[in-house]
Design a protein around this ligand. Structure first.
Ligand code: PLP
Length: 408
């Protein structure tokens, strides 16, 4: 019998990883309090309001606007910075569809560009090259928790008078040069979907320091209302993006653990960097020295097939899953998604844009392609474990390498 778990051998992972989501009496008590209060709705409530303040404060922001999910957070950010029909917004090709679909929702064209080969975050040179007179904003994604190059992106945004939005769905509590991400640009957006670094099942928030942005975004998230005005006055186009009191209460409790959990994930991530650095053919996402804390939504690494008997990434993942090491799917390139390739996205655009040729459709973004098809992601909860967990991950990979020929 082979030693590989895939062929009936013992699994390399002997003790279970921590479970996710995590909760204790803090969530239980918070939910009971909302239940008994009979105030389940955000508008007269106190829990979501408190969460907005606490989360914004934690990220060094003046304002937080809690919304229904991370996709809606980006949609609201587009409203806040006035992106609309006929505008262009530069986004990374390597991200979840929401980064681009929120731009389409505003009637603007998402212009995809490549990411850097080492951090998998948007390439600032590619951003500069994609700027046109119609460009209104740049959305950076802090991939897997690792901040994009905020020094360069802030400078580019300032120089060209563009709004910089940080899609921080992977990066709660991540730091760049010792400061938490989210307010380097005009606004930061976060998701609280169940796999994220803190969760209420669904949910999102937008943080900002900008008064005008906040006014626009808050109004858009609440049916075009303005604070202090009559409930049935609606001043702008808006919709209902409000978060419920249940979620606000749970998120207040989740936030109390975020700092310690982030420190732990960062520490375990760096331990695993060292261990995997000794295995030929495995290259972890590079930690930029300016990233002082990686929230580590995903531990991303590249597998060189030539060091693993030529097996595909999919085969590596199959063997790794069997050994008890969980994985999370990498993203396909956004411009290759059906909605872009079949032309459906054009229905959202200004006629000038809808009829134009879009070079990104035919372009090859080599670093995105490599990340999409050859990178492997380990989900964040694995990094809430201890050093033994990291040892077992490394041991599983050494085992797969030793038996790679059997997988070929
Ligand atoms: C980078 C990125 N942006 C946006 C989102 C959208 O968040 P949600 O699923 O809460 O709508 C996600 C969630 O998966 C994401 O990973």
């Amino acid at each position: 019998m082979s030693a590989l778990a895939l062929f009936g051998g013992e699994r390399a992972k002997t003790k279970p990883f921590p479970q996710w989501p995590q909760y204790d009496t803090r969530e239980e008590e918070a939910l009971k309090e909302v239940l008994h209060s009979r105030v389940w709705w955000r508008t007269p409530g106190t829990k979501t309001l408190a969460f907005e303040r606490e989360f914004a404060d934690f990220h060094g922001a003046k304002y937080g606007i809690a919304v229904t999910n991370g996709t809606h957070a980006i949609e609201i950010a587009m409203e806040g910075c006035g992106v609309g029909l006929g505008d262009e917004v530069i986004v990374p090709d390597y991200t979840f569809v929401a980064t681009a679909s929120a731009v389409l929702f505003a009637g603007a064209l998402p212009v995809m560009v490549d990411v850097l080969p080492d951090t998998y975050c948007i390439d600032p040179d590619a951003v500069e090259a994609a700027i046109t007179p119609r460009t209104k904003a740049i959305i950076a994604v802090h991939m897997g928790g690792h901040p994009a190059d905020l020094d360069r992106l802030v400078a580019i945004a300032q120089h060209h008078r563009l709004a910089l939005i940080e899609d921080s769905s992977h990066a709660h509590a991540s730091e760049w040069r010792g400061k938490r991400i989210g307010t380097f640009g005009l606004a930061g957006t976060f998701s609280f979907q169940s796999s994220k670094l803190m969760t209420a099942g669904e949910g999102g928030i937008v943080v900002t320091n900008d008064d005008e942005f906040e006014r626009q975004a808050r109004s858009a998230h609440d049916c075009g209302r303005l604070p202090g005005e009559w409930f049935y006055s609606h001043y702008h186009y808006g919709s209902n993006y409000r978060l419920s009191e249940w979620q606000g209460a749970v998120l207040c409790a989740q936030l109390t653990r975020l700092d310690d959990q982030t420190a732990l994930r960062h520490r375990n991530g760096r331990l695993l960097d060292q261990m995997l650095g000794e295995i030929e053919g495995i290259t972890p996402q590079t930690l930029d020295p300016r990233c002082t804390r990686n929230g580590q939504y995903a531990y991303i690494f590249h597998v060189d097939p030539s060091a693993f008997a030529g097996i595909s990434t999919a085969r590596f993942i199959e063997a790794m899953d069997a050994e008890g090491i969980p994985h999370q799917a990498s993203y396909p390139p956004v411009h290759r998604l059906d909605v872009f390739q079949n032309g459906e996205y054009r229905k959202r655009l200004h006629p000038d844009h809808a009829q134009a040729e879009h070079t990104f459709l035919q372009q090859s973004f080599p670093n995105t392609e490599r990340a999409a098809w050859e990178a492997v992601w380990i989900p964040q909860y694995a990094f809430l474990g201890d050093e033994d967990d990291m040892q077992e991950i490394a041991q599983a990979f050494r085992k797969i390498q030793a038996h790679a020929a059997e997988l070929a």
